[in-house]
Design a protein around this ligand. Structure first.
Ligand code: THG
Length: 370
């Protein structure tokens, strides 16, 4: 069994403006993300999961840090970093963009916000994109300003998030389309709010720049949200795996390319845009990939992962590695996300994994899970 250890806080493991609040509200574990505290549980993961699917939660996701890139060459630099074609991108929209290096290895999978023609926020997953961006800008002598602004995202997630947000910001908030953003007033302070979030239960993300107003807003969420059964929460392991939302560093990292990770939708090799790793990615596409992220369904009722686990076929040969998994109340078995080698990546391929020294059977399935 895995023993748990408390986290030794220090300046390096940055707190957020919401930390003192969530600690009063019963946060029970943290992970570290972008050198910052990211709550990982408020009591039982399974209870939080059920609550998230039915009600509304407020999340401290300040650890989703922004890398601001502005200046004359900012669009050129942002495009250089991602294989997604941003040439037709619009102000007021969010774009899920794989960032890759010259070898086509994933560096991050952020949400990119186009704030203005020459001003971008890259809302990053857990890797130091700011250093990568600065290196590219210096090497290419780009005229840009790159820094981490004081932005601390508060997410409002769950089916009742719409009712709660409407009560605080008015009907206009319901007009926003998925991955759109706009500015909304709270007690005389403007806040950038996007229709996004790291769950598939619907919701919003408030990019708080004015901390004082943001903290008032945080408290208001819990006052106004009483009638919607609002609770504090955080990205939920079970919900995010069931929804197949990928986690950089867990499901994929710099040793994987976007085509292996199911990011075809966000890979544009036909247009004439210029990005790092483009030639490499064209080659990879021509030769075909040799492994792919797939789902696994495993006949067990518990798993606790701290590193990847070998995935074997019926002959006992290693055919891939399981990277994330949890018990799914919906499927009533363990489900997981695994990198599976060709030709074993087809749905229904029989597999086995070792859980607590026992061999457990399962099979490969498509992502998203159905
Ligand atoms: N919100 C913001 N920043 C973030 C995250 C977030 N930065 C870190 C991390 N999460 C980045 N990873 C993801 C992964 C998936 C999605 C968003 C960020 C996501 N995907 C949708 C999907 O897969 O259905 C939609 C993608 C699309 O079609 O454009 O939402 O959560 N601010």
């Amino acid at each position: 069994m895995t023993k748990n250890y408390s986290i030794a806080k220090s300046r390096r493991l940055r707190s957020t403006p919401y930390t003192s609040r969530i600690e009063k509200q019963g946060v029970s574990s943290y992970t570290i993300y972008n050198h910052m505290l990211l709550p990982a549980s408020f009591g039982s993961l399974e209870e939080s999961y059920s609550h998230l699917k039915e009600h509304v939660q407020v999340w401290d996701v300040a650890a989703e840090r922004q890398v601001e890139i502005s200046g004359k060459d900012s669009s050129k630099l942002v495009q250089l970093m991602t294989c997604r074609d941003l040439s037709k991108s619009k102000i007021g929209r969010c774009y899920y963009c794989p960032i890759i290096d010259d070898n086509a290895g994933l560096v991050n999978d952020p949400v990119v916000l186009k704030l203005d023609e020459n001003r971008w926020w890259i809302s990053i997953a857990d890797s130091d994109v700011i250093l990568f961006a600065k290196g590219l800008a210096i090497g290419n002598k780009y005229d840009v300003k790159i820094f981490e602004p004081n932005v601390d995202i508060m997410a409002v997630q769950g089916p009742k998030s719409f009712k709660l947000m409407e009560k605080i910001f008015g009907k206009k908030i319901l007009d926003m389309k998925f991955f759109g953003f706009d500015y909304f007033d709270f007690e005389g302070s403007k806040h950038l709010i996007a229709r996004s979030g790291w769950s598939k239960q619907g919701g919003f993300e408030i990019y708080v720049e004015n901390t004082e107003s943001g903290l008032k807003l945080y408290d208001e969420m819990f006052k106004v949200g009483k009638e919607f059964n609002v609770k504090p929460g955080c990205p939920n392991l079970i919900e995010r795996i069931e929804s197949a939302l990928l986690s950089y560093g867990n499901d994929m990292d710099n040793n994987d390319n976007p085509l292996e990770c199911g990011f075809e939708k966000y890979v544009n090799l036909e247009s004439n845009i210029n990005f790092l790793g483009k030639d490499r990615l064209i080659k990879i596409q021509k030769n075909g990939i040799s492994r792919k992220l797939m789902g696994l369904k495993i006949e067990s009722n518990q798993i606790n992962m701290t590193k990847s686990l070998e995935v074997k076929n019926e002959k006992g040969e290693i055919i891939g590695e399981l990277r994330s998994a949890c018990y799914s109340p919906h499927f009533k078995k363990v489900i997981g996300i695994a990198m599976i080698n060709k030709p074993y990546w087809n749905a229904s391929q029989a597999i086995s994994v070792q859980i607590n020294e026992k061999t457990i059977k399962g099979m490969v399935c498509d992502l998203p899970f159905i």
